[in-house]
Design a protein around this ligand. Sequence first.
Ligand SMILES: Nc1ncnc2c1ncn2[C@@H]1O[C@H](COP(=O)(O)OP(=O)(O)O)[C@@H](O)[C@H]1O
Ligand code: SF4
Ligand SMILES: [Mg+2]
Length: 362
Amino acid sequence: MAEPRAQDLPIAPAAGGASLSNGTGTGPSQSANGKASAMAAEAAPVLEVRDLKKHFPVKKGLLRKTVGHVYAVDGVSFTIGRGETVGLVGESGCGKTTVGRTLLRLVEPTSGQILLDGKDVTNLSKNEFRPYRREMQIIFQDPFSSLDPRMTAGQIVSEPLEVHGEGDRSQRRERVAELFRRVGLRPQQMDNFPHQFSGGQRQRIGIARALALNPKLIIGDEPVSALDVSIQAQVINILMDLQKELGLSYLFISHNLAVVEHISHRIAVMYLGRIVEYADKKTIFTAPRHPYTEALLSAVPVPDPRVKRKKIVLDGDVPSPVKPPSGCHFHTRCPIAVARCKEESPALVEKAPGQFAACHLR
Ligand SMILES: Nc1ncnc2c1ncn2[C@@H]1O[C@H](COP(=O)(O)OP(=O)(O)O)[C@@H](O)[C@H]1O
Ligand code: SF4
Ligand SMILES: [Mg+2]
């Protein structure tokens, strides 16, 4: 396994997994969501990811020979503290979903380390990983296809309890009723089927299911992207209330920077398999460093009509992660790129206290 490169680590691994704030003396405790962030700063991180890589082989021909790789995740490091939400944003195809799936070991990492509560779980066998796996749950984007249409809502929420042999039938039913109440559904709705619920209600079922085993960390992979804007806010508010009540940590994945604004304490911006900027929310929104963050931010509407943001339109789509551009992956679309950008890959370095960015010029 490759050693993590020091310049890629916006954290202090030697301190047993200190969160970003501990290494710098600033950070979450000074961000907008003070209380939860202060909790995050005190405790060891729930999750620490060190130089995570996932390269999918590209196979061709009868013999299925490997002819290349999809560099979906190419050296990603971050931490999530207790009660903290880290937003992971970037355009479609940047590798966000692969980060989430790799953390859950739904796909095996190519290299790097995943630490849960300080314990390295990267190379545990399936059996050894089981107790850790229940600490991390996922909510998917599409509340229509992610719920089995043949199961009742109650069965869907109860399934993880059954799989892990939790309680007897009546205890499970009681627990499911409690979970329904927690997410704002009526326990009487337990016997209804998914098609009898609205999109927002289905996502509440997904949240209840994710909560069933009392996890520490929930990965939301575009959990509100398929919902109407008015419903999105409701679901985000539920997640924030649950975080306050239960001290949950979230990795909140979205292609839309505006969606992660309300819920996140810190935000990691991803481009073609790498984190290009990482800072607390306020900094990302008021003083971004990376031209890619600026471009994403320029698409976020400003509530005050007197304030105008300069719109930066990026040309074309994200290049293929099979053949990422040389040097800085972003140079083919960057409005301020210079010759050096094509040759040299910029390291993710601390540009201001608690603000990390990978750019030669900024
Ligand atoms: N199982 C897989 N096999 C091969 N390539 C994959 C696989 N899963 C994802 N990819 C590729 O990895 C890249 C990143 O995908 P993904 O993680 O889904 O990005 P995002 O969630 O940011 O849209 C894409 O080019 C995608 O096609
Ligand atoms: S390193 Fe160069 S290409 Fe990359 S973001 Fe900075 S200026 Fe743009
Ligand atoms: Mg995705």
